[in-house]
Ligand binder design. Structure first.
Ligand code: ADP
Length: 445
């Protein structure tokens, strides 16, 4: 499970608030125009449009602030991002207060808008003290509007759609105090509940993160262990293999038929085991490598070199090897050794799984941000239901086992890890008996 870090999540939330505000602004403008122009309602349309402009200004300020943080490289600073969100929520509270004032004061149905802010604040920042502060600011703002309208210092605005309701409730002290009390209690209770829930969720997330890190550490220890053991085995195997090769070469005398058969079988098996250990070693190394060393290199030249180095092997197997490389395909940034390994392994697979008389084509196409490379063969193909599975470790196609016993089933999983580490993608399309196309992408940068 991918766990997003706290600061990244806060940055996303800051942008999310901006998006929600664009929606709110659009809704406010639409409803005001509808009420004023279509239904000819007696509303304070000018004030409502000014509120919409205030929302737009707030969004612009927040966007500029985030842009500036991005440019100055301080976007990762959690305290700074919290300030951006705090700014947005406080300004929103004032804007909601003015909306409430122009839509009926203490009688306005928009009173509940305050709750969104309090809930958002509690969920986003999980800072209970500040959530209570935000709730208190909301209570003070609504209380001030109610008091100022009650004392007739501020004019009361009616919401025309609520005309049938008693219009003088805002001057009823019992109603005002009752409404404010219920509002304050609901708000504080909401803060209490949401803070509690979000704290629990955060604690759970921390636990997942810790478990994930522990798993990662254990995986690294296991890989290091495998690496050490395989390395030792490889040394012993090489010694056994060279002894067997001396015996099969008959330097120290002829073997009888039976002895020869057994020694040759042992020799063939030792080669198979060496290949297996070599692939396992490589796979473990790729898994352990946290980062590849990357530099700029010519992809065109790497493809050409791979083809030139293997063209003889392909011809020996009576296979035609061709390439077509877009003129734009030139330098990319990556690990040249690993990309060479990818091309080599794909090509070797194609040669291995193509009958004599077949063709192999390597194409490289420039697709703006990335390069698409395809290794196309006219070989045995891969059964459809196995096309996803062949990228798994140790998986070998059911149709190849009978004529190629030497494979390890690790080549494609090594290739996949290398491509993913480069920010690319790899997939296959194939038809049994007709051939396979292995495609992968590599970002240019
Ligand atoms: P290996 O070739 O050692 O078995 P790989 O990981 O390289 O292991 O490939 C996994 C499986 O994918 C192979 O066993 C084979 O079934 C299938 N495969 C790979 N390349 C091709 C190809 N060009 N044509 C047909 N099958 C392929």
């Amino acid at each position: 499970m991918e766990l997003v870090n706290h600061t990244t999540r806060l940055v996303n939330q800051a942008y999310w608030l901006i998006k929600i505000r664009w929606l709110a602004t659009t809704a406010l403008c639409l409803l005001t125009s509808l009420g004023h122009i279509v239904f000819k309602l007696d509303i304070r349309e000018l004030a409502l449009y000014i509120i919409a402009i205030a929302l737009i200004c707030e969004n612009m300020i927040a966007l500029l602030w985030l842009y500036w943080l991005n440019r100055s490289g301080t976007i990762d600073n959690r305290a700074v991002i919290k300030r951006v969100i705090f700014f947005q929520i406080i300004v929103d509270l004032f804007i909601v207060t003015s909306l409430i004032h122009f839509s009926g004061g203490i009688q306005s149905p928009f009173v509940f808008f305050y709750m969104f802010h309090v809930v958002l604040w509690s969920i986003m920042l999980a800072m209970t003290n500040i959530s209570y502060l935000v709730a208190s600011i909301a209570v003070i703002l609504l209380g001030s509007i109610a008091l100022l309208e009650y004392k007739e210092i501020l004019p009361h605005n009616n919401l025309p759609i609520l005309k049938h309701l008693t219009q003088t409730l805002y001057q009823d002290s019992f109603y005002v105090i009752g409404m404010l009390s219920v509002f304050a209690v609901t708000l504080y209770f909401l803060v209490f509940m949401t803070s509690m829930v979000s704290k629990r969720l955060r604690r759970q997330e921390e636990a997942y993160k810790e478990a994930n890190e522990k798993l990662h550490q254990k995986d690294t220890i296991k890989n290091e262990y495998v690496l050490r053991i395989t390395h030792d085995i490889k040394g012993h195997l090489a010694a056994i293999n060279s002894c067997l090769s001396v015996v099969t070469s008959n330097i120290y005398g002829e073997l009888d038929e039976k002895q020869k058969e057994f020694v040759e079988r042992a020799y063939a098996r030792s080669i198979q085991l060496i290949n297996f250990v070599r692939d396992l070693l490589r796979l473990t190394r790729v898994r352990l490598e946290e980062k590849f060393e990357k530099s700029e290199f010519s992809l065109r030249q790497t493809i050409i070199d791979t083809i030139e180095n293997n063209i003889k092997y392909a011809r020996d197997n009576l296979i035609e090897l061709n390439a077509s490389i877009d003129p734009n395909v030139e330098n990319i940034t990556g690990n040249q050794f690993s990309i060479q390994e990818v091309l080599y392994n794909l090509l070797m697979n194609s040669i291995q799984y193509t009958h004599p008389g077949g063709d192999i084509n390597i194409c490289a196409k420039d697709q703006n941000s990335h390069i698409l490379i395809e290794v196309i063969d006219t070989g045995v193909g891969i059964p459809e239901e196995e096309q996803e599975l062949i990228f798994n470790e140790f998986y070998r196609g059911s149709n190849v086992k009978k004529f190629s016993k030497s494979g390890t089933g690790m080549g494609l999983s090594i290739i996949k890890q290398i491509i993913i580490r480069h920010g690319g993608n790899i997939w296959v399309s194939s038809k049994i008996g007709e051939g396979s196309t292995f495609s992968f992408t590599l970002p240019k940068e």
